[in-house]
Design a protein around this ligand. Structure first.
Ligand code: SF4
Ligand code: F3S
Length: 106
């Protein structure tokens, strides 16, 4: 499956959701996740993310491994999102910052 990683937090650009053929993105307050049981590994979402936050679980940057379990867990709790919306207000400021995991809202 593909995985949404740390740089989505506090950005949430949502370009990714428009291209997913199986609608497997789920939305929380300041982060999106992919349901690993629904993702068909089509790869379409990966280049769409302006924050480059989406990776195959087989190709995760080091330090992002915890996001495999987080995507699986939160996809079960959060509603599906299929239409792009405005990014979070300070997205441009947060894009590329490290250490965003503590800011994840559930
Ligand atoms: Fe959806 Fe394809 Fe991305 Fe999986 S890889 S989340 S199926 S767009
Ligand atoms: Fe997040 Fe990138 Fe989608 S910032 S909402 S994974 S377009």
């Amino acid at each position: 499956a593909f995985v949404v990683t740390e740089n989505c937090i506090k950005c949430k650009y949502t370009d990714c959701v428009e291209v997913c053929p199986v609608d497997c993105f789920h939305e929380g307050p300041n982060f999106l996740v992919i349901d690993p049981d629904e993702c068909i590994d089509c790869t379409l979402c990966e280049p769409e993310c302006p924050a480059q936050a989406i990776f195959s679980e087989d190709d995760l940057p080091s330090g992002q491994e915890a996001f495999i379990a987080l995507n699986a867990e939160l996809a079960k709790q959060w509603p599906v999102i299929t239409e792009q919306k405005e990014p979070l207000p300070d997205a441009a400021d947060w894009d590329g910052k490290s250490g965003k995991l503590p800011f994840l809202e559930r």
